[in-house]
Design a protein. Sequence first.
Length: 262
Amino acid sequence: MHPLAFELFGRPVYWFGVMMALAFLSAIALWNWLAPRSGRPAGYGSELGFWIMISGVVGARIAEVVTNWAHYQAQPLEIIRVDRGGLVYYGGFILACLAVIVFSRRHRDPLWSLADYGVVALPLGHAIGRIGCFINGCCYGLHSALPWSIRFPADHESHGVPVHPTQLYEAGYNSLLFGVLLACFLRRRPPAGRVFALYLLLYPPFRFLVESIREEPHGAGGLTAAQLTSIPLFLAGLVLWIYLGRKAHALEQKATKGTRPA
């Protein structure tokens, strides 16, 4: 495992940047494949992917810099080196959600329908990105004596001790989550918003658990920043799921009344 992938015209190209590019390209390819299946024009996913990519990277980097301001204050040029790692997922997720709201209004695409369409590819890209984290050596876990623990090189900040491969835990879970969301999306069960709500119900609890075995600084209440963010996101998903369930029940009752003989 080495963060440097290769050199191009004498300049280093890092695996993290390569995997992030692959993550976004995979997501865009999926959105374009889903576009005609969801009543959207060809190439729709490319435009959506562009806005999500820009907002996601910017949001993730802002969150990283704010969280580790002491480091970046001393090395301000490092702020723009996103190819080396240093992206906080939830920061990117939140800013990307705001970008989707704006995109929805500009294209007159119903928000909850667009949210379902957009979130399907999220765990796919996230899984690929976490493999990049693993190769890069960031986001690693605490010391572990489990048989599948991994050792980074001796010059790694983990000092060569066996640690939890938390990056691979997330890559595996996100791969499974992708399959679940894709299956739900293709079923097209109304009302819109169910797939997005399901993501909020399934990912934040897992992230909360993984954070407990990650080498991360703890803050208020002994929780990491990601754990503190996971709680409100899960609650938002729960509220949305209940609301959509009641909405679906109301639609079913309305449809039943409409089919009764006079």
